[in-house]
Ligand binder design. Structure first.
Ligand code: AMP
Length: 300
């Protein structure tokens, strides 16, 4: 199954205790597409400004990512996010969010993308997420991710969007904030009542929880000695998760559990270097090797 993704395509400025990068290629759709493209072709829908370096477009195209749905708005600048992490690399602190061309963006899904069986609504304005869903025909699987910025600015719209998706993915702090409860079990149950059949809660270095109406699955994060930059871990998780599901075309629960592990594998690679540097030199062999290692550390 081909995946259509809508989300941010960004220039990120990031500081961690281990270094800093300025205006690096980032964004939820970019991190997602890069990870998912190891499994299946991707259709990307988004917007950038006239300042967006053409080398980034070349990189995406080289990765099996169809960028014909990536609009270049000549009148504005690319979305920018600036953030930092302390030694607790689990929490991203936002210093600045400049929506720029995202603030007037109206996604137009190219005709060839409308039949996509799989849609990923990456972290972006929930109104835009819904506009995309209105334009695709009848996808078999719709997955949504979000973040605190949209929970704080567009909570009602986000809940509306959640009503239309099969799987909701968010991190623990976001689930707590959205549902106003400390308990992740209670938060997941609340999200399940809004529509999704599965809720996946990402807990950074503490792994992932998955809830359905009757089942509960937990996977650890892959233990790493060195983490350089956690930015994009959530989107890389979603990329590995959905990329594997789309490639296997099997939506049974045992296969969804496998997909959670592939998601965790892809996230673990992404954080080993700044921006997309690690993903740029990642190989299929390394992915399969780490997936096998994951089996070892979780079997008992
Ligand atoms: P994550 O996978 O959660 O670490 O997401 C990281 C990416 O989210 C960064 O590359 C940012 O460009 C992007 N981002 C940050 N804030 C927003 C926002 N409000 N809307 C969309 N994307 C964002």
């Amino acid at each position: 199954m081909k995946i259509t993704v809508v989300g941010s395509v960004a220039l990120d400025t990031i500081k961690t205790p281990f270094g800093k990068i300025d205006d690096a290629l980032g964004g939820s759709a970019t991190h997602f597409s890069t990870a998912a493209s190891f499994f299946t072709p991707i259709n990307l829908v988004g917007v950038v400004g006239s300042d967006f370096p053409s080398e980034h477009l070349d990189f995406l195209s080289s990765r099996n990512v169809d960028i014909s749905g990536l609009e270049i708005n000549p009148e504005g600048e690319t979305f920018r996010w600036e953030g930092y992490y302390e030694f607790d690399l689990n929490t991203a602190h936002t210093l600045d969010t400049k929506l720029n061309v995202l603030s007037t963006f109206e996604p137009k899904i190219p005709h060839d993308f409308k039949n996509s069986e799989c849609v990923f609504l990456a972290n972006i304005d929930p109104d835009l997420q819904m506009q995309v869903l209105d334009q695709v025909f009848s996808p078999k699987l719709v997955v949504l991710d979000t973040m605190n910025f949209w929970i704080e600015h567009k909570k009602d719209e986000l809940i509306q969007a959640l009503r239309k998706v099969d799987i909701a993915v968010m991190n623990d702090a976001e689930a707590r904030e959205l549902c106003q409860t400390h308990s992740l079990l209670e938060a997941s149950r609340k999200i399940l009542t809004w529509g999704p059949k599965t809720v996946i809660i990402k807990k950074g270095e503490h792994g992932v929880l998955m809830f359905t109406e009757n089942t509960h699955f937990a996977a650890p994060a892959f233990p790493l000695e060195d983490i350089a930059d956690p930015t994009g871990a959530g989107d890389s998780f979603a990329g590995g998760f959905l990329g594997y599901l789309a490639k296997s075309s099997d939506l049974s629960e045992p296969n969804i559990r496998k997909a959670v592990v592939y998601g965790s594998v892809m996230a673990s690679f992404n954080v080993e270097d700044f921006g997309l540097n690690r993903m740029k030199r990642l190989t299929q062999e390394e992915i399969e090797f780490r997936y096998s290692a994951f089996k070892e550390i979780t079997g008992f």
